[in-house]
Design a protein. Structure first.
Length: 204
């Protein structure tokens, strides 16, 4: 009888754990997940506008290649994208994402999006040792809900960017989506309008 009860209890625990894993994946829980959006060929369209202006611009970014490299002795993977603007202008090979485990960065690159880690906790920071420009980026929340043109996204990571001036920028990201929203100095906004991700090929 004890063996039967033990087997039943174990079965129930496994089922409960499996449901949690499924829900975590469905809801976009970010802790200890790989960057599923970082696949060559994936693309995003963001709408961009100034808060004081009614005009909206669009740009579509498509990942084209990645480079495993060391930048100032920091190991990282740099993802590049071709960016098509609404006026037809194209930027080839623009740096879009930089993935690294380092907490120190010199911010020499003019990239739009924050560095990504494989896990996030509130309070984590990337530091700029040079002491000017962007001073740091800090994770301020890992469970934000935000609504943009592409829909409503739960369990977003919110990152605050500090400058050597009074300016502050904010990013909302998810490891299975990418960048969902950016607000720069309460003046400029970029929101995810749509995304087109490469589907996994079926194996016969």
């Amino acid at each position: 009888m004890k063996k039967i009860l033990l087997i039943v209890a174990t079965f129930l625990l496994v089922v409960a754990w499996s449901k949690d894993v499924v829900n975590a994946t469905k809801d976009g829980n970010q802790i200890n997940k790989d960057f599923t959006f970082l696949k060559i060929g994936n693309s995003w369209t963001h709408s961009q506008y100034e808060i004081s202006n009614t005009g909206v611009e669009y740009r579509t970014s498509t990942l084209t290649y990645k480079v495993d490299t060391n930048i100032n002795s920091i190991a990282c993977v740099v993802y590049h994208a071709d960016v098509v603007h609404c006026d037809g202008d194209v930027e080839k090979g623009k740096i879009m994402f930089i993935v690294t485990d380092s907490t120190v960065w010199d911010f020499d690159f003019d990239f739009d999006f924050p560095l990504f880690w494989k896990s996030y906790t509130v309070g984590q920071k990337w530091y700029n040792p040079l002491g000017f420009g962007i001073l740091a980026r800090k994770v301020v929340s890992i469970n934000e809900t935000i609504t943009v043109k592409a829909g409503t996204f739960h369990n977003c990571i919110k990152i605050k960017e500090f400058y050597d001036s009074d300016r502050e920028d904010f990013y909302w990201i998810r490891n299975d989506v990418g960048v969902i929203k950016i607000v720069r100095a309460n003046e400029f906004v970029s929101e995810l309008k749509s995304k087109n991700f490469i589907k996994k090929k079926k194996i016969d």
